[in-house]
Design a protein around this ligand. Sequence first.
Ligand code: FES
Ligand SMILES: [Fe+2]
Length: 400
Amino acid sequence: MRPAPRGLVLSLSISPADASIKRSFTIRPMPELDLPQRQATDTLMLTGFWYRALPADRVHRNQLHKATLLEIPLVIGRDRVGQPFAMRDACPHRGMPLNCGRFDGENLECGYHGWQFDVHNGQCQVVPSLTADQKMKVERIYAGSYPCEEQDNFIWVYIPDPGPSGAGFGPPTEAPDPAPQIEKFSERYKVAYLQAEMPVSIDHGIIGLMDPAHGPFVHQAWWWRTRHSIHEKQKHFEPIPNGFRMSAHTPSSNSAPYKLLRLYAKADSITTTIDFVLPNIRTETIRAGKYWFSSLTTVTPIARTRCRIDVVAAWNIFRWVPFVPEMLKFVFAKFVEQDRRTMELQAEGLQHNPHLMLIDDADRPAKWYFQLKAAHLEAKRTGADMKHPMSGPVTLKWRS
Ligand code: FES
Ligand SMILES: [Fe+2]
């Protein structure tokens, strides 16, 4: 049990119907800094969004896999024609995990009493114990089923808002939009993914991902940069729907890969644009003439103190040069592992519920993240349009 936080504690709840979503949000006074308030991270996980569940190449036809998203146990698989599906991994009869059942490529049969469910909508097809004169309406029973899509090497699952018509009680909720996609700028390209699990909340995962100040200390490598290359930077940000953008800029000249890219692409200008949008998506696009590199990184809440980072990248840069995919994967794997290791250590410190700070300007993106999250929840509560925390473009300065 974490000790009760000091200061003002606001309890936020998306819906009283789902107590598991109720978390506390702490605002504490911060006398030592010239800021009106200090926000500790909360662990609230946002529903009503698509989340990455599993890499697509791990999910095979007629096989069942377990996954957890937002503390919801899921069983994921592919039907006979390879179409993916996601169901709540608990039988609506008496809670038996459905992943232990039998799957014929169409219906999933619970291992306890043999009820069968259509994997795409969760509807019950058969209750074997019923006699001919027992007229129970089997088709009215549903196992929880979730919208599921395959996109850029991942199986995505839409987690609807909880409620009486939410998953597990009736026909599945439709997702309002398709799952997010990586932006691609040519027909031919390569794709690769990486993932790492971290023992911290979604919030620490996300603010760690957008944090500009840890680079010189966490991501040192002779071929990238050393801590001595730290220098003052100035970046422009602008509001975008549900998030913010680091406006197109020329990437930092102190890194070797960018110097190499400039030579290879023979492009005068290389631009990078980085977006963050709720609930957990960071996209980065690098363009150099006809060459491009795009990545879509997500931090997925698995449980209150566990998240997973999935980086998927697509590119046409160096497509013909041998070993480039391997090299890129190596570079990314190294960065992700450095972040994972850092957060593993951070989790040790967080166990004791320390006071935390967000400082200007380096932590301003983290502040925007918390404000966006609060504004999103407020808009949901009131039904009004979301009030964006940024009123216009902002320039931030830091050393990194
Ligand atoms: S628990 Fe699944 S059929 Fe009874
Ligand atoms: Fe990092």
